[in-house]
Design a protein around this ligand. Structure first.
Ligand code: BG6
Length: 487
């Protein structure tokens, strides 16, 4: 078992009530994540009660969990660990109601034999979230509990406000953890380290030096079994108003006074307050060809599977600097990058044809994959006679550190933080409501969806949106291959 430093885990054993326990997210991330946290010693001990619409028994749930781990857990799994984990699982079908759920939690707490805490995880679509909250209230499971809510938090300003009001009828705000898993990604937190632990970059982190910013998260995957959920959601609500705007806040915020939830939340909310309303004329909505023929999709669906937009943060640091955001399904490549383009020098002494400026401006690029990378590109001299310039780069790759195995998957990190009651990487009701507010115009008068071919980079009009600049992806120069000795 890995050696876990003291203090990183919760003090008390945990009883996790996992709503949506047989769903896509539970299979891909939550069960593998809970398995890792339990078996690697991050949590003193843990019982997990699965809840879902499926009419299965505990053995059925154990089998479902095992198949999820076989498919999605990518570390070593021993038979001993699996047996211990399997015996910590229990299951209550939703139809069994509040008394059965309460009885399962009582059993779990008794089996722990010591003081414990409850973590309710709502991995369910927005339409099902409030009934799960009511069920928890009815079952008397609110005390000693924290509740993790999955996005989207509402679908617009009025519904997010309403959701928060209803939530507060059962849980106090301090108990509610609104999760945005992009903030749990190691490289997202590294943005804070990079910006605020170094004296080198912060002085140039503003409109005087930065020309524009791109946050680009194309995905190759389609919707699979999620089309029912996605039809109601679309790319903007699924990805932008949540993940991409949260990343934007880390990228754009002022230095917080401390690495604590309140100061960080305050600085992020200031960014959101300074955002100009999203102008529908600065938005490209797309839908991949074939989406309308998928199971669960309206044959005349106007849901966007792609979105690209330009937005502005109208404060002293960022006034006039465009932020370009893009994400979509079934695109040419799966990437998650932030790319910062620096202003070019005002004058050039280099003769025409030397290559200066020919490969775009200097860029700082963050790759938000678990195996994160960073690159700073600049012009340098090509060896030999004369003065020919080439784009060069300084690169960091997590691979090369040999520490990749230490990276906690985003959900693992955030589940652990919620168990410890640490809200630093969670979003606030105020911030979310403001993001819906800046989205109102777009949600009320969205531009028409344009079709794009699967495997492309989206509808053609994305180029007009960003002109005279260009999308960084696909990269002209690939990342340096990882050092084989590093990992
Ligand atoms: C989820 C979205 O929140 O994030 C999905 O609902 C998306 O549509 C996923 O695919 C992307 O997350 P990651 O961690 O795989 O980049």
């Amino acid at each position: 078992m890995a050696k876990i430093p003291p203090g990183v885990g919760p003090r008390f054993p945990q009883v996790v009530v996992l709503f949506g326990a047989t769903g896509d997210l539970a299979r891909r991330k939550l069960l593998p994540g809970l398995y890792h946290l339990s078996t690697a010693g991050f949590i003193p001990s843990c019982r997990i009660i699965g809840v879902s619409l499926d009419d299965i028994d505990v053995e059925g749930f154990r089998a479902a969990a095992r198949s999820a781990l076989d498919e999605f857990f990518n570390r070593n799994m021993t038979d001993r660990d699996w047996q211990a984990f399997a015996s910590s699982l229990d299951y209550v079908p939703l139809a069994a109601g509040a008394p059965a759920l309460k009885a399962a939690v009582d059993r779990a707490e008794q089996s722990l034999g010591t003081e414990s805490r409850r973590l309710h995880y709502l991995s369910v679509p927005p339409s099902a979230a409030l009934s799960a909250v009511r069920l928890l209230g009815e079952a008397g499971l609110v005390q000693h509990a924290r509740i993790v809510m999955e996005k989207p938090f509402g679908t617009d300003l009025a519904s997010s406000h309403e959701l928060n009001t209803r939530l507060h009828e059962v849980f106090a705000e301090e108990q509610i953890f609104r999760i945005d898993h992009f903030l749990g990604k190691e490289p997202a937190q590294n943005i804070l380290a990079f910006r605020f632990a170094n004296g080198l970059f912060e002085p140039i982190w503003n409109r005087n030096f930065i020309d524009h910013v791109q946050i680009d998260v194309p995905e190759t995957l389609g919707l699979g079994k999620r089309s029912g959920f996605y039809e109601q959601t679309g790319a903007y609500r699924d990805m932008v108003v949540t993940h991409l705007f949260q990343i934007l806040a880390f990228m754009a915020m002022e230095p917080p006074t401390a690495l604590d939830p309140a100061p960080i939340g305050e600085e992020k909310n200031k960014v959101f307050r300074s955002m100009l309303p999203i102008d529908p004329a600065h938005v490209v909505r797309g839908q991949y060809v074939g989406y309308r023929g998928e199971d669960g999709v309206d044959p005349e669906s106007e849901t966007e599977t792609f979105i690209a937009l330009k937005c502005y943060i109208d404060n002293w640091r960022w006034a006039g600097v465009p932020f370009f955001l893009r994400t979509g399904k079934r695109l040419a490549e799966g990437q998650r990058i932030i790319s910062i383009a620096f202003r070019e020098p005002p004058k050039s002494m280099f003769p025409a044809g030397s290559g200066v400026g020919a490969q775009g401006p200097d860029h700082l690029t963050f790759d938000l994959a678990d195996a994160s990378k960073m690159s700073l590109s600049f012009y340098g001299k090509r060896p030999g006679p004369g003065m020919r310039l080439d784009k060069l780069s300084l690169q960091f790759a997590m691979h090369d550190t040999g520490l990749l195995g230490e990276v906690l998957e985003a959900y693992e990190r955030l589940i652990l933080d919620a168990m410890r009651g640490d809200r630093t990487l969670f979003t606030t009701a105020e911030g979310i409501e403001r993001l819906w507010q800046v989205s109102t115009q777009l949600l009320e008068s969205p531009p028409p969806v344009r079709l794009y071919e699967p495997g492309s980079w989206g509808p053609k009009s994305i180029h007009q949106l960003i002109a005279p600049h260009a999308w960084r992806l696909p990269f002209e120069r690939a990342w340096r291959a990882p050092n084989p000795l590093g990992s």
